[in-house]
Write a protein that binds this ligand. Structure first.
Ligand code: FES
Length: 155
């Protein structure tokens, strides 16, 4: 870890971070409220960001492109030090995790696509027989139709 403490010239105003990342100032405010980035304040109350915040914002943008929820970005950021740029090792760990997530999503989309193909030309949209409409129908495989409630005795 570096002993270098940021000087005022190392710190960036929010407009500069917005310009360098292509992210709107309002989005930067939002990321700050979520704890994804942080800023110090000038005596006048203006936000100032360390330069490594640009890298964090870039990682957030990558996550957004891949459909990774911000809550999950917050999880991976929780393991990163706030006072430095994510390293190559950090990024490898994050990207491997998100690759696994994309892979699981790809498999789920393939499964749904396969089920939807069975619907093409059918049109029944039936709780009993359509796996797209009723994908977790565990009772459906025994061929007796839905039975959600236990039988009630007339005794
Ligand atoms: S619409 Fe008939 S199986 Fe899905």
């Amino acid at each position: 870890m570096s002993d270098h403490k940021p000087t005022p010239t190392d710190l960036l105003a929010i407009g500069e971070v917005a310009r360098r990342t292509g992210v709107a100032v309002s989005a930067l405010h939002f990321y700050e409220r979520l704890g994804l980035i942080s800023a110090t304040r000038t005596a006048g109350g203006q936000r100032r960001y360390a330069r490594h915040v640009i890298r964090r914002v870039s990682v957030i943008q990558v996550a957004k492109r891949m459909g990774i929820p911000l809550a999950e970005v917050a999880e991976v950021f929780a393991d990163l030090p706030q006072d430095r740029m994510p390293s190559k090792v950090d990024w490898r760990r994050i990207s491997e995790r998100w690759h696994g997530r994309l892979e699981a999503r790809r498999k789920e989309i393939e499964r749904m696509e396969h089920e939807l193909i069975e619907c093409i030309g059918c049109g029944c949209v039936s709780l009993r027989s359509c796996r797209v409409l009723n994908p977790d129908d565990e009772l459906g495989s025994n061929g007796t139709g839905p039975r959600l409630l236990p039988e009630i005795s007339a005794d």
